[in-house]
Ligand binder design. Structure first.
Ligand code: SF4
Ligand code: SF4
Length: 501
């Protein structure tokens, strides 16, 4: 028994009376958990390699498999929990930073679950979305501040560039490299069919996906991977990534092993070289610097495309958003600390940033107070899990939401939080061809279309119940919200009353 020994987190439970030794689990598992013991004539498992992605469970034809949390525990200690002890042992053995993926699993408050929605009863009656029109379309970008007419009295169109969405949902940034070609294709096709947008992330735009440009947001991050004139012109909007909810204040790192073939060409970096995005943009140290980049990108795209600035939700987010609104950006995207990632240091992911609900409420309030709310639209992301979360986010002041984890779950992700290992058994967070082909984009895009369509129906139903017939009327309508089990301070930051008031 070595000093580094850590008991596996999960146990593979195989019902031998059901197992027919078909070896499907062995073939499905890129982590090499299962193998066939020729001498004993039975399947065996190495639990230490299991990430609990449930691929084998889903494909076992006889339902012989269960993956369960190991009950081998350290001596119970509320302070020194098993996870804490295991992490110390790992770091003492390797001297390295612990990496993980997806959003934080820590038990922080989810304010969406402590907010309840209103419904009409006698006065202001509910609206039946099956019989009466409901408007879920939204436009993102600056609002014109005045109505102008020419000398003939005709309206002069002063509409700044904007994005038009059929529902207030966009697919959030996920780079080609961190996710597979087939995952990107699924997102791009779904965005086109739904009349919404997907986001390239910082990995550039694969040449095959230029045809989806009208539904694409192209991202410019600190590493500037894959950024060139055609790329900027291909998208419907340009997003400057200043921060990410899962890892505020630090850069990104896609290991050289994932920089292969098309990924390296699309990023415009040599095969096998690590793709390091620095923590800061080396040309941005102030709002004035940001303004220069915003206007450089507007200039490069002939002022035809809105520019989004994406930031992580951090302590002084309202002041930062105020500066961004004044930088000339058309849209602010705020990513909450529960947001997902392909890879992040676990300590950063689990300890830095603030919940999106609090960030959104304070940003909306600050921009209103300063009279500049119409200067920018607000997109929020960071663990939007359902249509109810979306309705609550809009009532707290968002114009639309970014979804990513829920989109990946629709594509098959089982939230095993092992994307950083590049061996995603569901064909999403991997570049290994034999795994990538497991995700059929034809099926993937339809599942995304289904998810967003279902959420669109539910949004209409919830709004109808409130007697509201448009997203515009819901936006920032905090009277529709009540808190439950929240402190006075939390209610104050959220700008809502307590249930019963
Ligand atoms: S997939 Fe199921 S039936 Fe087939 S070998 Fe594995 S556990 Fe046995
Ligand atoms: S994308 Fe794949 S590797 Fe990442 S959490 Fe989901 S199933 Fe696991």
């Amino acid at each position: 028994m070595s000093i580094d020994f850590i008991y596996p987190e999960y146990e593979v439970v195989r019902n031998q009376s059901r197992c027919i030794a078909c070896r499907v689990c062995e073939r499905q598992c890129a982590n090499e958990v299962h193998w066939y013991d020729e001498d004993a004539g039975v399947m065996m498992a190495d639990e230490s390699k299991c990430v609990n992605c449930h691929r084998c469970v889903a494909f076992c034809p006889t339902r012989a498999l269960k993956i369960v949390k190991s009950d081998d525990t350290y001596k119970v200690n509320s302070n020194w929990t098993g996870d804490v002890i295991s992490d110390v042992i790992r770091q003492a053995g390797t001297g390295g930073v612990l990496l993980s993926s997806m959003g934080t699993p820590k038990n922080y408050p989810v304010y969406f679950d402590k907010i309840l929605l209103n419904a009409s009863q006698v006065t202001n009656p509910p609206i039946d979305p099956l019989r009466e029109p409901m408007e879920t379309k939204v436009y993102l970008g600056k609002r014109p501040t005045e109505i102008r007419r020419d000398e003939n009295g005709d309206l002069v169109n002063t509409m700044p560039p904007h994005l038009e969405l059929s529902v207030p949902i966009l697919f959030s940034a996920m780079s080609y490299g961190s996710i597979s070609y087939n995952a990107h294709e699924s997102l791009a096709r779904a965005a086109q069919e739904l009349g919404i947008y997907y986001n390239t992330g910082e990995g550039g735009l694969h040449e095959d996906f230029y045809k989806y440009g009208a539904n694409t947001i192209v991202q410019v991050a600190s590493g500037r991977f894959g950024v060139h004139k055609d790329y900027l012109e291909a998208g419907a909007a340009v997003e400057i990534k200043m921060g990410q909810g899962a890892k505020p204040g630090i850069g990104g790192h896609l290991p050289g092993a994932k920089i292969v073939g098309d990924v390296s060409r699309t990023r415009m970096i040599p095969e096998g070289s690590d793709a390091i995005s620095p923590a800061p943009h080396h040309d941005i140290y102030s709002i004035e610097d940001l303004r220069q980049l915003v206007y450089s990108l507007k200039e490069a795209t002939e002022y035809k495309k809105p520019v989004i600035v994406k930031i992580a939700a951090v302590h002084n987010v309202a002041a930062i958003a105020s500066g961004i609104a004044r930088s000339g950006a058309d849209i602010i995207a705020i990513d909450g600390f529960r947001g997902g990632t392909g890879a992040a240091p676990s300590r950063i992911r689990d300890n830095v940033g603030i919940p999106i609900e609090l960030a959104l409420a304070s940003v909306d309030e600050r921009l209103r107070q300063e009279g500049i709310r119409d200067e920018v639209s607000i997109i929020v992301g960071g663990s939007i899990r359902s249509s109810a979360d979306i309705v609550k986010a809009i009532a707290l002041g968002a114009d639309a939401v970014y979804i990513a984890t829920s989109a990946l779950v629709a594509l098959g992700c089982h939230l095993c939080r092992s994307c950083n290992q590049g061996k995603c058994n569901w064909g999403i967070a991997t570049q290994r061809p034999e795994l990538v082909k497991r995700l059929n984009p034809e099926i993937g895009y339809k599942r995304l279309v289904n998810l967003v369509t279902a959420w669109g129906h539910e949004i209409k139903e919830i709004m109808g119940g409130m007697g509201i017939n448009s997203i515009e009327a819901l936006k920032g309508n905090r009277l529709m919200l009540r808190g439950i089990g929240l402190t006075e301070k939390e209610l104050e930051v959220l700008g809502i009353k307590h249930a019963g008031e």
